[in-house]
Design a protein around this ligand. Structure first.
Ligand code: GLU
Length: 473
């Protein structure tokens, strides 16, 4: 850990938020302490031959809690990965899963490498070796601990993980459920790729539909016409921007690590993504103004700011200059506790990470269920539902003498496919979680912000789970 990281502990920030919320719960000290701690920490070093050199790779897997099984959480590839960060992210996973009623305990993994420095072949070797280290220590398995993508990893890495696991555990019928976020051809589920960004959209949309909350912020209700700034054009930021644009908002600025682009009439994220693919940067995007740094972009006038990159980007230093009325934490830990206090005092609504970005793990849960049930969603009922819908429509048509045609006819008859069910399951999950957090906040006006309310909900659910296990009568 560098000196700077030593001074600023991400896990310490999570603990601080936890303590702030714990005061509003009824649990005794011992139980709260048990919820807070990371139960199991596995730090490993392993050798991988890169070219003709042996490189010693440092990696981690942290299981924050075991109040439910399996443990669940992504794997991150970045040079900044360190134990403190993995512990903090694992803890956030416990609270995240509790809030959205996904029956997992939190975990997180990371490999301290810069994935851009390696060829796909070398990355495959590193990923497979990491997986076999997890297998050796019983830190992976459909009923033990189920990784997923995170910063610097994606479907490709998940495919390597499942292949390594399945070949080292021959005959294990549920082997596909050892990891989520896989390509659809390797046991993945439709809708997982866009799930986190879509969940961010559903969560903010629900908040925007609350007249009381909007009244306090001086905003009209609804997504239509709202101005949005997104930081990060990775998987989460890209999809969040896409769903906001499609929902009628104006995404006026998109920022990346090397600068940002601004257009008051809105930016099309798909065109910008193409531009970035071709030029290597978002800068100089046709029709938009280039802004020198990502930090400057965060401080521009807007209704909603979506940090969708890394942690600690908004802190005590820049928070006073931020003009957004709502901050939607699509990334994990983008705000420090100091920033939280500044925004609470300014009356800015911070919609917290561990609930707002829970779309990823929610759809991971759907993928895991699909793997365990060995059947694609919609396979059994799609045609049956369509036949029923058609018969019903024909009855209505016969009794009214009117014929329904074209797109509306198709929509009425259409039986659910996998993506339809995944989207509707996610929408329901995000709406219910938003309301539950807002109700907890309303029930206790002493709670200072939405993050604390979310922690209260999470702590109560994990606490109940422990209490029901009889560990803390
Ligand atoms: N890495 C994602 C997160 O932080 C997804 C985790 C998962 O799907 O298990 O929520």
């Amino acid at each position: 850990m560098s000196d700077q990281q030593q001074q600023y502990s991400f896990f310490g920030a999570v603990e601080k938020s936890f303590d702030k919320a714990a005061k509003f719960t009824k649990w005794d000290k011992g139980l709260l302490e048990q919820i807070k701690q990371c139960n199991a920490v596995y730090r490993m070093h392993f050798p991988v031959k890169i070219g003709d050199q042996i490189e010693v790779i440092k990696a981690y897997r942290v299981q924050h809690s075991h109040h439910k099984l399996p443990c669940k959480g992504g794997i991150r590839f970045a040079t900044s990965v360190n134990l403190d960060e993995v512990m903090a992210l694992a803890a956030l996973m416990t609270y995240k899963c509790a809030i959205v009623n996904v029956p997992f305990a939190g975990a997180k993994g990371g490999i301290s490498i810069d994935p851009k420095k390696y060829t796909p072949y070398e990355l495959e070797k590193i990923t497979r070796r990491y997986t076999s280290e997890l297998i050796k220590k019983n830190f992976i398995g459909p009923g033990i601990d189920v990784p997923a993508p995170d910063y610097g990893t994606g479907e490709r890495e998940m495919a390597w993980i499942v292949d390594t696991y399945a070949s080292m555990r021959p005959g294990e019928i549920d082997a596909l459920g050892c990891v989520t976020g896989k390509p659809v051809t390797q046991g993945g589920v439709r809708g997982r790729r866009e799930a986190t960004g879509l969940g961010v959209f559903y969560g903010i949309r629900e908040v925007l539909n609350m007249p009381e909350v909007m009244g306090k912020l001086g905003l009209s209700t609804g997504v239509e016409g709202k101005t949005v700034i997104v930081q990060g054009l990775g998987n989460v930021g890209f999809h969040a921007a896409k769903f906001f644009r499609e929902g009628g908002a104006k995404v006026i600025c998109i920022a990346e690590h090397d600068g940002a682009v601004y257009n008051a009439d809105g930016i099309n994220e798909t065109d910008l993504f193409e531009h970035k693919k071709q030029t290597g940067s978002v800068r100089n995007f046709a029709g938009a103004k280039t802004i020198a740094t990502s930090n400057e972009a965060l401080e521009l006038e807007c209704d909603i700011l979506i940090p969708a990159a890394l942690e600690n980007v908004i802190n005590g230093e820049n928070a006073p200059r931020i003009k957004a009325k709502i901050i939607g934490e699509a990334a994990n830990g983008p705000l420090t506790p100091e920033a939280d206090e500044i925004f609470a005092a300014k009356g800015v609504l911070v919609v917290p990470d561990m609930y707002l970005n829970a779309g990823g793990v929610t759809v991971s849960y759907f993928e895991w269920l699909k793997n365990l049930s060995h059947v694609r969603y919609g396979r059994m009922e799609k045609r049956f539902t369509e036949n029923q819908n058609r018969q019903m429509l024909e009855q209505v048509e016969a009794s009214t003498g009117k014929k329904v045609t074209g797109k509306i006819r198709q929509e009425i008859i259409h039986g659910p496919e996998e993506a339809d069910l995944v989207y509707s399951g996610l929408e329901e999950t995000m709406i219910t979680a938003t309301r539950e957090i807002m109700d907890a906040w309303k029930a206790n006006p002493g709670i200072p912000d939405m993050r604390t309310a979310a922690y209260v909900v999470a702590i109560n659910k994990v606490g109940t789970s422990y209490a029901e296990l009889g560990i803390f009568p």
